[in-house]
Design a protein around this ligand. Structure first.
Ligand SMILES: [Zn+2]
Length: 139
């Protein structure tokens, strides 16, 4: 799943809101491309003029590896794995996984929501395939 898609889902969970004045009167002003090639939507507040990205105000702001963060969140919240087990599975340094796990615990609600949304999308296509398959069996 591309990271842009994940970010779109994240921003769908909450309407863009100015981090300075709290106004939701904002306009889209294009994208910024991060160092890892990730494109993030930018907004400008109509009330105070401040610009910000769609990750502003979410726990994913400033996260370098969004996919790894969500993977760790999934392994922790759904499979109840400990950070040292996750480090072994993913081959990432324990300190990295530990740092992410602290973020996941701190923003547990947010990560549960975003995982539910992302897993729902995956479930849907699987259900679709099952339906298509069983429909074929009756032919
Ligand atoms: Zn503002």
């Amino acid at each position: 799943m591309p990271e842009e898609h994940i970010i779109t889902k994240v921003s769908e969970l909450s309407t863009p809101k100015c981090p300075v004045c709290g106004s939701t009167l904002v306009v889209r002003i294009g994208y910024i491309t991060k160092s890892n090639g990730l494109k993030v939507q930018r907004f400008k507040c109509k009330m105070c003029g401040r610009t910000f990205t769609e990750l502003e105000g979410t726990p994913l702001k400033g996260v370098h590896d969004i996919k790894l963060t969500l993977l760790v969140a999934y392994l922790m919240l759904h499979l109840r794995l400990e950070p040292n087990t996750i480090a072994r599975i993913t081959g990432k340094p324990y300190t990295t996984v530990k740092r992410i796990s602290r973020k996941v615990i701190e923003h547990r609600r947010f990560f549960e929501n975003i995982l539910a949304v992302l897993l729902d999308a995956a479930d849907y296509s699987e259900t679709y395939w099952h339906r298509a398959k069983s429909a074929n069996e009756y032919c």
